[in-house]
Design a protein around this ligand. Structure first.
Ligand code: ADP
Length: 463
């Protein structure tokens, strides 16, 4: 602001001076012409001038010039001198130097033929010297010296007013700046305090920092992160308690079986056989849960663990169906494979085999006697699709969104019979997602279930 004001004031001053100089110069020229036309250097000529009332009067040329000089010096404060060829001052608007000799540099230069028209910024005056002539080879110089101090005074006044204005604005800005900084920093300090409190482990609390929009947004985002942390923490706790519960169940059974063998005397060998058989079954179950849990943990480590290779999907599915044929045969379930085209895809063979195995195994386990399981394979340019349909018991609508959760089983008692851990679909959907794929479920209770999987043919690590 200060620099701009300075520039504007300087510009104003120089244009004012230039304007003043031009005006004085044009009036000086007019006076020069008047001197020449009235031949007043010889001071005997007569001129007719038009007066305000329109009445024509006569006066000497010198008088007419004097009037013009007085008018000019009346408008702008300055001095006008007329010097004749003997360097004698024949007219001085200050009167004091009349009849005296004038040998100033400007006058001499002008007599030599150099017209003077300059502004002296140190003395703050405009100097103009013009040569004049008259009859009988009379020569002279008319010299003008006008001060511009009134312009300088005006610009000085403007400068002072602007300086005061800038000072006031500066003080106001500093005040506003300090207040704004204080207001700006205050919510941050409050936020730091609250974050430090939450840092000590109180993630159930929320940030309640208000203030302007940005800080409120940061606060909201932080609360979202906190909510996510809480969700993760809850899921972790739930998972740990589920795991403990699931692992404890077979151990409790084993203990009950072992205790009853220990506490009874004279138990027949067949009973020993039967109880020990049950104990081995429970151990197998425990083993199955631990294996499933380890599979889940591996999937949680995300794609780092994937072992991608080019896999013939048709052959892989055929292998799975062949392995599960005996299980299906127990319930006289028909296994059908429908292959629409040969499919080669970049997948982790072991994990994809596990996905298909889990789904077909479920389709058999949760099926009815003499039912069917139909597996169909298809592909387009980007994806391959596996559809596993069964004629089984179906999944009630309210359970459909939950079956992919860990340890979720629709009918606990029934799944225990089938030897399920409730981890199969969690592992399956984890393995599908790690391949950047999608898994969907359609089911009607009592009619059957269809699982569809869509996996990209080419594996892209970061998609
Ligand atoms: P589980 O080891 O108990 O089979 P899953 O995670 O594989 O665990 O399945 C979760 C639950 O979803 C099962 O307990 C079962 O109730 C239901 N389910 C899964 N697949 C089917 C299916 N094809 N038909 C009917 N119910 C199913």
């Amino acid at each position: 602001m200060a620099a701009l004001s300075l520039y504007i004031v300087n510009y104003y001053e120089s244009t004012q001076i230039k304007e003043r100089q031009d005006k004085i110069y044009s009036m000086a020229y007019m006076i020069k012409n008047l001197i020449i036309s009235t031949d007043c250097l010889n001071s005997t000529a007569t001129v007719t001038t038009a007066q305000s009332g329109g009445v024509a009067t006569s006066s000497t040329g010198f008088d007419a010039v004097s009037i013009e000089l007085e008018q000019l010096t009346g408008i702008y404060s300055g001095r006008i001198i007329i010097v004749d060829s003997n360097f004698t001052i024949i007219k001085d608007t200050y009167v004091i130097d009349e009849k005296k000799t004038c040998l100033t540099e400007s006058v001499i230069k002008c007599f030599e033929g150099n017209e003077i028209n300059k502004y002296d910024s140190e003395l703050n005056n405009i100097e103009i010297a013009l040569q004049v002539s008259g009859s009988n080879d009379a020569k002279g110089v008319i010299y003008f010296n006008f001060t511009t101090s009134d312009i300088q005074k005006k610009t000085r006044d403007i400068n002072i007013a602007l300086g005061e204005f800038i000072l006031v604005v500066f003080v106001i800005l500093i005040g506003v700046g300090i207040a704004y900084t204080f207001l700006f920093v205050k919510p941050f300090k409050q936020m730091e305090k609250e974050v430090n409190r939450i840092k000590t482990g109180k993630i159930e609390e929320e940030l309640s920092v208000g203030g302007y929009t940005e800080i409120a947004n940061v606060s909201n985002s932080f609360n979202h992160v906190l909510k996510r942390l809480r969700d993760i923490d809850n899921t972790r706790q739930e998972f740990v308690s589920n795991v403990s519960h699931e692992l404890k169940t077979p151990i409790t059974s084993i203990k009950v079986l072992a205790d009853s063998l220990l506490n009874q005397e004279g138990i027949p060998a067949e009973m020993y056989q039967e109880f020990l058989g049950d104990i081995v079954e429970e151990i197998d179950r425990e083993n199955q849960i631990i294996t499933d849990l380890l599979n889940l943990v591996k999937l949680d480590k995300k794609s780092n663990d994937l072992n991608i290779s080019s896999v013939n999907i048709n052959e892989m599915v055929e292998r799975v169906l062949k392995r599960l044929k005996p299980l299906a045969a127990k319930k006289n379930i028909e296994l059908v494979l429908e292959s629409f085209r040969p499919i080669m895809a970049e997948v982790d063979d072991v994990k994809m085999t596990m996905v298909v195995s889990n789904l077909v195994e479920n389709a058999i386990k949760y099926n009815v006697m003499d039912g069917w399981v139909r597996v169909s394979l298809n592909a387009d340019l980007k994806y391959f699709y596996i559809k596993i349909q069964d004629s089984g018991i179906g999944i009630p609508e309210e359970d459909q969104s939950k079956v992919f959760e860990r340890f979720y089983r629709v009918d606990k008692a029934r799944t225990r019979e089938t030897g399920g851990t409730g981890l199969g679909l969690a592992i399956t959907s984890g393995a599908v997602h790690i391949h950047n794929g999608e898994i969907k479920l359609y089911s009607v209770e009592g009619e059957g279930t269809t699982f569809t999987i869509r996996i990209p043919l080419a594996y892209a690590k970061n998609s």
